[in-house]
Unconditional design. Structure first.
Length: 604
């Protein structure tokens, strides 16, 4: 988020053992707040689950430069239709001469069908004055209900989710498996958990989060870390900071300025285990989900080492990132120094904000792309399996394209189904004082991978990419049900953008899932697609981007491939569903153990 403290590679080597020592000490500390609870489930209490094996043939992670076929790029096209669709949300960051630190990070966004009318709805967090007095409440969050006409109407107050905390991010998932998505809203101070009643309204259920602290929370993610069929919650916390009694930070001229991360102490993240009886318990340290430094802003819950257990990756601001490896649901081991992903290729911690998740090189393993401060560039970690995560930002051209930018939200997907990945970056600085130097308002970027390097298609992707703004949260959904992924982009102090995907599409396949024994939302379900001689793999990851929640939909781009497809869905329970379809270009919904519920052909 903020300008990082530079560290020489030699210093990183010296500090490595110290970081590991700090981690070992942290593992012996109890839960962050004592509560009267039932014991956390041990590994022997978890029913045995058969390993999920894919019929997947690994390929080289990156083509040889001399033999690779560089694909012809057709950059995706987007149009901002927020205003004509009835979305008029403006995230107010409450900027004032006080330069409060929390002004720099919000706001968030998330897609859901809260009333199950088969029209996607949109939740957007709101800010306001960070230190607002009690008699002057902040503006409420927004819940835009989509009507049959495609128009959106804000019904947050009617639905009971007009949260007035200083909003940051949102996590969306069906934590009680009743068929209706619930909401966790991360705030500065008291966060909120809303349970969906199923009648178009929500009830506040924050009291079920036993041990939740009133701290600065940023992003959050749902996932089933023990594969027991219910959702657990990871909450990223940033720093010990009270906007009512802020740390005083001034520039060289004595003017109040936004604090550097070194001026504030880290606030440890929180992890809430779902006990299955309507309660959650905070047990981050007991589960090994703790590391030194912290300052979490982005999170992913997904299987990163291909052992069928969901791991947790945390993007930290100016400190080492965390990679918590899941030890079969009983505990985690922080392994970023061993596996990779803690530092850049030069051995430096970076100002990490958001994180994109996807298999950009088609080797069947998920890669990570982190957004950073100006002068650092965004970082692409290539997943090499047993060889760990490797920073390939420079060799793939990403470094030079993103070096002058400061980004938060980010998404990796094949937006136009041309069989290569795209990256969207939501750019914008944290401090208006940089307007005349590095720039405050920035244009967002759209990059495409040609098989060897990332190419910048922002100039031809649509007018939105020529606009300057301060963008934060980004979430994907096929909100108009035309077969491709659209984007919602939250900008500070200017209207949010609803980017309708107007791309010329290749062949593609969309997969949605409904769990029965596994969690109903389908988090951490893996999908393997084979069409002709093409093989693609995806996972319904928890979190990703920044402060955002996506529609739970996997999209596979096939380019010119129009052939019979085999879809293998591997559930956390161990169940495997196999579906064969004659042609792609459709939505396939798979119900656990029942196979294909039905399919919808993409609109011509």
């Amino acid at each position: 988020m903020l300008r990082p403290i530079r560290m020489h590679a030699t210093a990183a080597i010296i500090l490595g053992p110290l970081l590991l020592l700090g981690l070992m000490i942290g593992l012996f500390v109890g839960c962050s707040q004592p509560v009267a609870i039932e014991p956390i489930k041990k590994s022997e209490d978890i029913p045995p689950v058969a390993p999920r094996k894919f019929n997947f043939t690994p390929r080289p992670a990156l083509p040889d430069a001399e033999t690779a076929r560089v694909r012809d790029l057709r950059f995706p096209q987007f149009a901002d239709v927020a205003e004509i669709s009835g979305i008029h949300h403006v995230y107010d960051n409450g900027a004032s001469p006080k330069a409060l630190m929390v002004e720099s990070t919000g706001g968030g966004c998330g897609w859901l069908d809260y009333d199950r009318d088969e029209q996607l709805d949109l939740f957007l967090t709101q800010g306001g004055q960070p230190d607002a007095p009690t008699h002057a409440p902040r503006p409420p969050d927004s819940l835009y209900r989509q009507r049959d006409s495609g128009q959106f109407l804000d019904v947050a107050l009617l639905a009971g989710v007009g949260d007035r905390g200083y909003g940051q991010g949102v996590a969306i998932g069906d934590f009680d498996n009743d068929g209706f998505d619930d909401l966790f809203v991360a705030n500065v101070g008291r966060s909120s958990l809303y349970r969906n009643r199923g009648d178009g309204t929500f009830e506040l259920a924050s009291g079920t989060l036993e041990g939740k602290r009133d701290v600065w929370s940023s992003s959050a993610a749902w996932g089933d870390i023990d594969r027991d069929g219910d959702l657990d919650l990871y909450v990223c916390n940033y720093a010990i900071y009270d906007p009512y009694h802020p740390v005083s930070c001034r520039d060289k001229n004595g003017v109040d300025s936004i604090c550097h991360p070194r001026n504030v102490d880290p606030e440890p993240d929180e992890f809430f285990m779902n006990l299955g009886d309507g309660r959650f318990v905070e047990c981050s340290r007991r589960m090994g989900l703790y590391g030194p430094g912290n300052k979490g802003l982005g999170v992913v819950i997904a299987d990163l080492n291909d052992d069928d257990w969901p791991d947790i990756y945390v993007a930290n601001d100016t400190t080492a990132n965390f990679l918590f490896i899941n030890e079969k649901g009983a505990r985690f081991k922080e392994s970023s120094l061993e596996i990779g992903g803690a530092f850049s290729a030069t051995g430096e911690p970076q100002a990490s904000m958001g994180v994109a998740f996807g298999d950009y090189d088609g080797n069947g393993l998920p890669d990570l792309c982190l957004t950073h401060f100006t002068g650092e560039s965004n970082t692409l970690y290539q997943n090499l399996g047993p060889q760990g995560l490797q920073d390939v930002s420079a060799v793939t051209g990403l470094r030079e394209l993103t070096l002058p930018k400061l980004a938060f939200g980010t998404v990796m997907s094949d937006f136009n189904y041309d069989h290569h990945m795209d990256l969207f970056f939501a750019n914008g600085h944290i401090d208006p004082r940089f307007s005349d130097t590095e720039g405050y308002e920035m244009a967002s970027q759209l990059l495409s991978f040609d098989g060897q390097r990332w190419r910048d298609g922002s100039a031809v992707a649509g007018p939105f990419f020529q606009q300057l703004g301060v963008a934060r949260g980004v979430a994907t959904a096929d909100y108009d049900r035309d077969g491709d992924l659209d984007l919602i982009v939250v900008r500070q102090n200017s209207p949010a953008a609803l980017l309708r995907n107007d791309s010329q599409l290749g062949h593609g396949l969309r997969v949605a899932v409904v769990g029965r024994t596994s969690n109903r939302s389908g988090f951490n379900v893996k999908v393997n697609v084979t069409c002709g001689d093409e093989q693609l793999r995806g996972e319904f990851a928890g979190g990703t981007s920044f402060a955002a929640a996506h529609e739970r939909l996997l999209c596979f781009g096939l380019g010119e491939m129009d052939a019979r497809c085999l879809i293998e869905v591997h559930w956390p329970s161990g169940v495997v569903d196999k579906i064969s379809i004659d042609h792609p270009d459709r939505l396939v919904t798979v119900v656990e153990g029942l196979g294909q519920l039905g399919h919808q052909r993409v609109a011509e």
